[in-house]
Design a protein around this ligand. Sequence first.
Ligand code: SF4
Length: 447
Amino acid sequence: MGLLAVYGVPHASSALYYGLHNLQHRGQEGAGMVTFTEDGKCHRHRGLGLVDSIFSHAEIEALPGNIGMATVRYANISAATLDNVQPLCFRHHSGDFVVAGDGSLVNARQVEEDLEKDGLIFQTALDSELLAYLIKKKGDEDRIDNLIHALQIIDGGFNFMIMTKNRIYACRDSHGIKPLALGRLGDGYVISSESCAFEIMGAKFERDIEPGEILCIDNKGLRSNRFSDVKKYNMCAMEYIYLARPDSDIDGCNVHAYRKEAGRRLYRECPVEADIVVGVPESSLSAAMGYSEESGIPYEMGLVKHKYMGRTFILPEQSLREMGVKLKLSPVHSIVKGKRVVLVDDSIVRGTTSLKIVRLLREAGATEVHVRIASPMMKYTCHYGVDTSTPEELLCSNRTLEEARDAIGADSLGYLSPESCTASTFGCAEPCMACFTGKYPTKLYEE
Ligand code: SF4
């Protein structure tokens, strides 16, 4: 999911529209936008598909106000229906409010059951709806107390943004599993899942929202509160490895710099003799550059990506993912023909993509294909909202390295160690690597 909010920005919807384009990589299943006008009226537009296909000029114009919130939706376990496209709008006698969230609660089922016992029923499968009910359940006059109380009930890897007609709250879980950054735009503010949204909006990066922090923005400026004494920097390693854009800085570490360093370390840990290094576009290119620099093997553009295709592991159905691989990548025959290729990829989830790319390169004339993965073997499920699949579907959950190599048809296969994965953040974070190691930063609750 990609979250974006602006406060005190004229034509908030236009600023959000541009910013959403730079978050499109975080989800292509749907997008939504809500603004408030001073009379407390909420204006919303949302749809399924890409940002450009959902928002026309007229629809942006129809969202007035200087405060607003927007999202792009990532395909996860909740159904791909309009109901599940955030932000969600809620009516309340104290004033309408809007909620959007990224990530996943590990105790969602328990919280939902408790609320259901109180007679509540739900319209969506979203954690944001749970949070909205928890905020209003306490019923105190003091809004920040209500929010702190609600956030102390939930657990997991999450960011939430809550908007009223004159205020925005941005909250990040106490383990810092999801990224959330604050920027300055003119006299106003921007909150974004990734700092890469700031550039296109003309905003300047200020700082990351701290783990366990509630940042409140209103006409008094910024105020910071905490809902937890815990403050850890367990950023999702997959953000650095695959999900985030290379021009984003997350918790003090630039994503491109991280990937390049991982590529350098990957060569030191898994060297191989070859003629060219080829990265799988786009998210593996920085790691491939690092591998090439460290090894002295020239980097070549052996694969070209067709733009405007969704990411394959974000597509919800296996059959769609398989078709997607063929449609989205083309080998450059004249570059790979007769060459021993080191194919650098950021990660292997199910192995579908790797198997097809190795075949594409062989069909284009590569004499050897050595696959090097700039992350450790993925063996466990993510409980924090990243659709890394069930253990049965993961290539490496029950395979040895040799069996995994055989399954993708490569001449050799090598993975980055968990130690190097952590070290590639240059000490900025102790990333969550639970899908590689099985060590989850939070408690897991029984279903
Ligand atoms: S389990 Fe994996 S995908 Fe999930 S938050 Fe941790 S590192 Fe990211």
